[in-house]
Design a protein around this ligand. Structure first.
Ligand code: NAD
Length: 436
């Protein structure tokens, strides 16, 4: 049993804190956001993540998981302190490090005995050393020592619990083998592959992994755009490519591009890290540009199908950046819907989980429906932005019947092209060959 404090109780801090408790540790999750901690202390989960409620309740009841805003006290009560605060994109595109630095100062001020400080946030290379300096400079008792470890997080929202409990690798970076061994031991119950390296390489692994995945997405989207022009079908192309084990079939689904809290900011951050280091990362910059343009293929298809958008009613299905999350950070809907409104369309949107979060970020004149069917009724076109289960399984016969004009622009390739055409839809998807 280890005594762990996790600073930052967001998507990553809350899930990893709960999972560390689940494998038998005593965990304190702390946050400066009083509302979040109050909710958690009332056993309400501030984010949507399947299975999280049950895990949090179980571990709270068994006294292994605590929530507090007393960050200093939480630090003092543990031997291992995880930093899991946000590192959002700043205006320049760099990672905004103010939350990590404030956590580091707090750790220094409350270092009441030797601790291992573990960075789980995604941070620029060199942050481990920076955290070391800040902790050192803020220490109340100069004789107390500490170690720094980098242990980046790879969970995916929507499947975060199983990603964490069945993690396929743990990256542990440190210049002290003993500290690295303690963190390796902590991961033993997860029965995962552990890869140990130095601090800087561990920090770089996280950015390299995310930007590589983003590259795969932009690559297949570019191929999809060419497929449309030359009469090939991107799904067959991806399936054929994926048969090569050096390529692999995963992350080759064409669509409207990546969004969310990680890929957009991590691609920008690595481009900045490269610039600062004097390397022009042209490949990554075009991955970013390709992704920015990709979401607007929806607009081109709408214009092709409807002519102008003025006075048209458009149903938008799915607002979150992907299914099974309420996370709206960098969701394509946030740029597509304002564009639809600007061109004079009225928008009725549906999302089973993220509608409330979305309504705080989208213009006030967006209407919200209680179901996909309700959003679509009477519309001139339906645009699919997120492949939620109840969007994919909607009643197509009813949808077809209730639309004024049966135009479906499917940004996630959810439906079978032949079936949609047979049902009488004017169906557009991404990179796939129409049957007729
Ligand atoms: P988040 O915004 O959901 O949560 C961060 C939390 O930290 C917030 O609740 C905030 O109030 C709190 N916080 C900020 N400063 C604090 C301080 N000084 N003391 C205590 N709490 C503080 O962010 P997230 O999505 O959990 O991401 C955290 C980090 O993990 C980021 O670096 C992100 O890139 C990385 N990451 C995220 C994911 C993901 O899917 N969300 C996956 C892998 C890695």
């Amino acid at each position: 049993m280890k005594k762990i404090t996790v600073i930052g109780t967001g998507y990553v801090g809350l899930v990893s804190g709960a999972c560390f408790a689940e494998i038998g540790n005593r965990v304190i999750c702390c946050d400066v956001d009083q509302r979040k901690i109050d909710l958690l202390n009332r056993n309400e989960i501030p984010i949507y993540e399947p299975g999280l409620q049950e895990m949090v309740t179980r571990n709270k009841e068994q006294g292994r998981l605590l929530f507090t805003t007393e960050v200093g006290e939480a630090i003092e009560a543990s031997d291992i302190v995880y930093i899991a605060v946000g590192t959002p994109m700043s205006e320049t595109g760099e990672a905004d490090m103010r939350y990590v630095m404030s956590a580091a100062r707090k750790i220094g001020e409350h270092l009441n005995g030797h601790k291992i400080i573990v960075n789980k946030s995604t941070v620029p290379v060199g942050t481990g050393e920076l955290v070391r300096e800040v902790v050192q400079a803020n220490k109340k008792y100069p004789w107390i020592g500490f170690d720094i470890v980098s242990n980046p997080e790879f969970l995916r929202e929507g499947s975060a619990l199983s990603d964490c409990m069945n993690m396929d690798r743990a990256i542990i970076g440190s210049d002290n083998p003993e500290a690295a061994s303690v963190i390796e031991e902590l991961h033993a119950p997860f029965k995962t592959k552990v890869f140990k390296t130095d601090l800087e390489s561990a920090e770089m692994i996280k950015y390299a992994a995310n930007t590589f995945l983003a590259t795969k997405i932009s690559f297949i989207n570019a191929i999809a755009n060419i497929c449309e022009k030359v009469g090939a079908d991107v799904e067959d192309v991806a399936a054929g490519m994926g048969l090569d084990s050096r390529i692999g079939g995963k992350f080759l689904q064409a669509g409207i591009g990546y969004g969310g809290s990680c890929f957009p900011k991590d691609t920008y951050a690595l481009a900045h890290i490269a610039d600062k280091a004097g390397y022009e990362f042209e490949l990554l910059k075009s991955v970013i540009r390709t992704n920015q343009k990709q979401r607007f293929v929806i607009m081109d298809k709408l214009r092709e199908a409807l002519g102008g958008l003025a006075g048209k009613q458009v149903a938008v299905l799915g607002l979150a950046f992907k299914p099974n999350t309420d996370d709206m950070r960098e969701a394509p809907s946030l740029s597509i819907i304002p564009e639809l409104l600007k061109l004079g369309a009225t928008v009725r949107a549906y999302d089973p989980i993220a509608a409330e979060a979305a309504s705080k970020l989208l213009p006030g004149d967006v209407q919200y429906a209680a179901s996909a069917e309700q959003a679509v009724a009477g519309s001139d076109a339906c645009v699919i932005l997120t492949e939620w289960a109840d969007v994919v399984s909607m009643d197509l016969a009813q949808i077809r019947e209730s639309m004024k004009v049966p135009v479906v622009i499917d940004g996630r390739n959810c439906f079978d092209t032949a079936e949609m055409e047979r049902r009488g839809f004017i169906y557009y998807s991404i990179g796939r060959r129409p049957v007729n």
